[in-house]
Ligand binder design. Sequence first.
Ligand SMILES: Cc1cc2nc3c(=O)[nH]c(=O)nc-3n(C[C@H](O)[C@H](O)[C@H](O)COP(=O)(O)O)c2cc1C
Length: 167
Amino acid sequence: MAKIGIFYGSSTGNTEVVAEKLRALLGKDAETNNIDITGKEDIEKYDYLIFGTSTWGIGDMQDDWEDFVDVLEEVDFGKKKVALFGLGDQVNYPDSYVDGMGAIYDSIYARVNIIGAWPLDGYTFNESASVKNGNFVGLAIDKENQADMTDGRLKEWAEMLKKEFSF
Ligand SMILES: Cc1cc2nc3c(=O)[nH]c(=O)nc-3n(C[C@H](O)[C@H](O)[C@H](O)COP(=O)(O)O)c2cc1C
């Protein structure tokens, strides 16, 4: 069985595309799952988890994540390692850029080993609930304004995760 479960919520398909690219970069050890059809047991199957969400409204998690996030409270994370990624639009939403990723982080950080923080270099925005201690809590992707940077960012982040996930 695959060791890495990538769980994404996506309203117009952008986060799904990124999740599939990430799966390809991580290879046979990774699988993608839509959070829309996920239960607690699906999450508990994996040693390593990657949660991806876009941001909607002004700073909200993607809808399916909004519906699912409370289930995370029941998950026994044990020694599992978790990484986060978020999609957002830093030009049109500079005061809530990728806030959805920060909302997932806030709901689990106290009891989960979260890895994969990402530097702020190359982004321009005012505020983000995803920024903690001078970094994003996970990979931030901006399909609307920096589409040409997505593949490079993903590649670099996937290499970071491979080291953290120790395989
Ligand atoms: C109505 C609307 C509200 C949005 N709100 C935010 C926001 O607050 N922060 C942000 O970073 N991006 C925001 N976005 C941008 C989306 O997160 C972005 O388009 C993302 O790629 C959508 O991914 P998905 O198709 O996987 O849901 C918003 C987009 C729309 C259309």
